[in-house]
Design a protein around this ligand. Structure first.
Ligand code: PGA
Length: 256
């Protein structure tokens, strides 16, 4: 794991944007795994401003709520089109987001996995982290080998996401999410976390034991995972000074 600690969410995002931009310039037909939520909003804004060429890019989103109409303002379909896709020249046929209204969830999930493989696998997966350590919507105790499937949200996550819906009662209970095994097959993972509410989950994921109770901790086993954090999200890391030293002493070509 490479831990990149920056003074602000903006500064951390800017590094993440340069990592994604470099990939798209070096590999115009890259396969990107994308995330939703508050955290990647700044990243998408920066990527739009960079005016990259998305014509040959393929995308797979991590997750979607079950039963929420696609047109609902809080569906991840709406989120992605509103915040990224409509601002770039991505081909609609190359965009994949789990279908939360599919009639046959297991069949859909198996197909999603096949589509990822057929596209050549995910080159870079953008991740947020839940206050409970979830990645995608793989809640604590999710199998560390899980594949795309239906999951039930924890009360914690439903409370966290109530801010988007107006009330907790309106937050769906179920989601379709890529599994942890699916995420672990991405060639590179780029996890962003900002704010003090994420500090505990980050400290456990980076410096705690690998455990399904903090799903993000499995990233310790991933060969190319970078975490872009602001100071608040990094506040409970015991070895923060070491991570700062490592990043500060890297040659520029290794940074992005
Ligand atoms: P947030 O969600 O970016 O809205 O904090 C992160 C997540 O749940 O993965």
């Amino acid at each position: 794991m490479e831990i990149i600690i920056q003074p602000s969410a903006e500064a951390a995002t800017s590094i993440a944007a340069r990592i994604v931009a470099r990939l798209l310039r070096e590999k115009p037909d890259a396969v990107l795994g994308l995330a939703t939520g508050s955290t990647p909003l700044l990243l998408y804004r920066e990527l739009v401003a960079l005016k990259l060429d998305w014509r040959k890019v393929t995308t797979f989103n991590l997750d979607e709520y079950v039963g929420l109409p696609r047109e609902h303002a809080q569906s991840y379909h709406s989120f992605m089109w509103e915040n990224l896709f409509r601002h770039v020249n991505v081909a609609k046929k190359n965009v994949h987001i789990p279908d939360g209204n599919t009639k046959d969830i297991p069949k859909f999930c198996a197909k999603y996995e096949k589509q990822i493989k057929a596209a050549g696998g995910i080159d870079l997966q953008v991740l947020g982290i839940g206050t409970d350590g979830h990645i995608g919507f793989n809640e604590p105790t999710s199998s560390l080998a899980s594949r795309t499937r239906i999951k039930t949200l924890t009360e914690r996550t439903r409370k966290d996401n109530a801010r988007f819906f107006g009330s907790e009662a309106q937050v769906p209970h179920h989601v379709i999410t890529m599994g942890i095994g699916t995420i672990m097959e991405a060639r590179q993972n780029l996890l962003l976390a900002f704010g003090s509410t994420k500090a505990r989950a980050i400290a456990e994921a980076v410096e705690g034991p690998i455990t399904a109770v903090n799903p993000a901790s499995i990233l310790q086993m991933h060969p190319v995972t970078k975490l872009c954090l602001d100071e608040a999200a990094a506040a409970q890391l015991k070895r923060a000074d070491y991570y700062r030293w490592v990043y500060g002493n890297k040659p520029d070509w290794q940074k992005f």
